[in-house]
Design a binder for this molecule. Sequence first.
Ligand code: ATP
Ligand code: MG
Length: 475
Amino acid sequence: MFHRLFMRMAVNFMTVLMIVLLVLGGLVSRFMWINQLNSGVDLMKQEAKAIAQNYQDLSDYQITTRVFASSINEAAADSSVWLVDKNGLQLNITGLDSSTPDLTQEDVKTYMKAVLQSGEPMTFQGGFERYFGKNAVMTVAMPLSSRGETVGAVFIHKKLEMFNTGFIPLFRELWMAAMMASLLGLVLTAYTALRITRPLRELAAAAKRLGQGDMSVKVRVYADDEIGEVSGAFNNMVDALKDMEEQRKGFVANVSHELRSPITSIAGYLQGMLDGTIPKEEQHKYMQVVYDETQRLTRLIRDLLDLSRIESGNMPMNPIDFNINELMRRVLIKYEGRIDEKNMEIDADFAQEPCLVHADMDRIEQVVSNLVDNAIKFCGQYGKLTLLTRIQGSECAVSVIDDGAGIDEKDLPHVFDRFYTVDKAHTSGKGTGLGLSIVRQILLQHGHDIAVSSTKGEGTNFTFALDLANPPKKV
Ligand code: ATP
Ligand code: MG
């Protein structure tokens, strides 16, 4: 893994470095070339001016031909100096050994006219092809005057390649810098590749072990960077998987336990009846117990199926508009027998009639039934059951309140967990602790949750909200 990553990073780095160096080298040499050309041309202009001045002085007899010739020779050391009259013919000056060619009429037109018109030093780059070849020289020209009259011009030609000095050292420096940068870059690349691959390799190994079922794996978080974040996320995922695995194991254990106890008691009673341990006259009583146990089993299996279907999304909600008050009354009637048995007082305080909500009616009936069932179950004789519906904004709040046993503060956060019952003894006739989990799942499917408040010994209040079918319009 290291080699591949290192190679990829190194190739990228070297490519970028080379591109940067090429662009930089190109820009610097262009800048230097322009600079050298400009200062060379400035020097040539000064020479042309000096020659023009000396020519004037020579015709005024202020300097000798020798002085003039030496000024020409000085300029001609690395250039060609031409002294030409207006018609393009060589200006003959005694003592001056010059190899000025005669200009053609065309050249006189192109160059001489321009120079004489400007009266200033002029530059021509790459001209005079006939004499020097294409794009070979830089020329500076200056008109020549004698006793107030322009007689011709001086042309100084310098080979363009003469301007090109000092590039080799520059490239040598750049080459050295490139070598140093490459070396440093490769070391840094190797270091970075190592820093990336080490945690990645550990992650890969840990993921493999996790895949084989080892839940104890953990990876080290090396740094507070993106890779560290991935390692941290991996550790969190392992924790979450561990929790889920524990939950799954607990669930299976609970289900087996819940199934085993009624089956054991059914088997026990049937055995007793078969072998005569239970006398004939008592058999009817025990048949009833067996029947109750089978009912309990049926209920348990139905609840488990409901829960798994809701959680896996296989129980689609069919929301319709219905009167929640009506539903509450229906549930009360369903539980009338048990309410009367306990001589309970009922307080029903409903919102305006009809209070239309938009939800899956059968599922909400299951919710209210479960809550009322609990309230009756955990109330003593002469207990009080209060049912409330209240309109709050665009929702209807539904409360099922009892003044029964209440729930201890430490148990309160867990009452919606599967198989959670405060009374841990799963004795026959007691609940299985699935009711509230189903209630919560159904409400979550409706986009709402359920709240519980309770004081031990004083009673319990379960409240949830439903969407109103026709919410009042906001002004
Ligand atoms: P099931 O509903 O599956 O038959 P259950 O009633 O025991 O069994 P839940 O309805 O999920 O299970 O309730 C979980 C636990 O919460 C109950 O066992 C009980 O300890 C506590 N509980 C629920 N409602 C009340 C209440 N109104 N008053 C006191 N305790 C309650
Ligand atoms: Mg219950």
